[in-house]
Design a binder for this molecule. Sequence first.
Ligand code: WT7
Length: 654
Amino acid sequence: MHASDDKIQKLINPIESVAPAPGFGDGSSVPLDIRAQAEADRLGFWADRARELEWQTPFTEVLDWSNPPFARWFHDGKINVAVNCVDRHVAAGNGDRVAIHWEGEPGDTRTITYNDLHREVQRTANLLESFGIGKGDVVAIYLPMIPETVFAMLACARIGAVHSVIFGGFSADAIRSRVDSASAKLVITANGSVRKGRVFPLKETVDKALETPGHSVEKVLVVRRPEHEIDMVDGRDVWWHDVIEGVSDTHEAQAFDAEHPLFILYTSGTTGQPKGLWHASGGYLTQAAYTHRTSFDLRDNDIYWCSADVGWVTGHSYTVYGPLANGATQVMYEGTHDYPSLDRWFEIIERYGVTIFYTAPTAIRGFMKTGREIPLRHNLSSLRVLGSVGEPINPEAWEWFRDVIGSGKTPIVDTWWQTETGAHMIAPLVSQDALKPGSAQRPVPGVVVEVVDENGNRVDPGQMGLLTITEPWPSMARGIWGDDQRFIETYWSQFPGRYFAGDGAGVDLDGDLWLLGRVDDVMNVSGHRLSTAEIEATLDEHPFVAESAVVGADDETTGQAVVAFAVLKHSQREAIAAEDDVETLLRKHVAASIGAIARPKMLFAVEELPKTRSGKIMRRLLKDVSEGKPVGDTSTLTDAAVMDAIAQKVAARL
Ligand code: WT7
């Protein structure tokens, strides 16, 4: 790992912590001795958290770890996740409470109470069953941020179907590979999503994904969202509003084994093929609900808002399952932060009186760039707690977030976790801890982590190393769908008996943790995980490209930016010469095959890639030049002139 001086400085000379505002923790439901409780009896602690949910059959065993790394939590218990997120609150007399204040990008709104949610989820469950969907069937969901997305996810949970949500910005190829890898029987989509006043064609993308035969999809259920005409395939496609008519809104829920799969969610790894992580019902819900309550110090009158899309794990755990299991009232917003103006998010906070706001550092840095005038012209005084997720938050962004958006008073909870971990793993307790800008600080009570060196030995305070998780936790992914071996190899083989997250971390002299970003070939762009290998494979598929290398270069706003280098084929030089801009063409090719988020910010057509004598591409050198740094040591290259030519080309464009 490359240790930059400022990172080490933080560890040996930590920033002073910020004490909680006087009285802040008063009335919190988070016990002051929660860490001591978890340390005294870890499994008992988790069992108590699980018992805060409603179990149809109580569990008697907390953890079965007899076949690591395949954990079984609460496995002899039976639970229905949707009942816990909906029916339970209605039964407790909270049916009139607002579950979701939904706002569409054009400004239309819907208010959904827990009673409403109860009816809609039951109706949708009946509808899915009428299509022959049942326990264990996989349903692909490719929808915008609309209430039907939540109805669909919870309806799947209610009937024991496994949802696989595909982010609405992904391409037809991405949909097809996800549909194929889990044999999805049903796709739920919309006639389009609304982005910056325009329609993004979701249904056409699904049609394209299913164009070539040989897939498992029997039906496509289509929600009508924007004014946008689409073609319906006879016998396959049905409109949600047509088929839902007259469907009963009462549905008797059955309970499923705690280990029954709840969902699959794909994420990029170090190889070309995304991994479908799957999560089990009881353990996942236990930790999502507990952390949502504890990390944010959730209280009865809070209005919570998480700005993440449900296409990512943050939307699963902290828009759908965590908040709804806790009976919270939340805001759900369909569109982008800058439509029709950069005031949009702040208007929403003001309009609904949002008290807890959970977002990503990239958004905060974006707002820092456009200036404090924009948030400051809104009354944001309702905010009580702010959360950050997706990538390391630099102390400057942390402070700006608190000072400008949080009126100088809100604590900020930096939450480290992953698609694989299902829920928060490292986060301060905002109700009681003094906070340290830029540090995620401590493992969540019940979670045990250790920062180790390459040989697996614990590093001393003031040092950097690799983050490992030493004990199983309830919301851990149960595997990679259909590929147990890959699950073992990817996460459990570097340090036998431990989970290796792929992140570097440091421990400061106070014992607080500082997350330092990925140590593998995974990039983090605006809090989204992208694989260098996947983008390279996509570029290499293009007929013009002989070979390519992709790096994540540090970027002021997005954390990292995708920078690609492609060697073009001489055999194609006539076709290439006929194009006006082959670099733009290749960037578009990546966006079309993976999704717009993967589109390289810069792409350079180069003569050759820098390689060592053994043929390994020196990505580190490419990263340095992309960040405007001088070219480092080139002595191991076969031909140092290759790197000089690339450096010149890049410097001319930076
Ligand atoms: C990777 C996981 C967790 C939901 C969003 C992303 C990075 C995430 C933090 C944080 C530093 C963070 C890590 C991790 N990451 N949160 N608070 N501080 N880094 O989920 O797509 O599964 O990505 O995001 O590198 O490994 P994901």
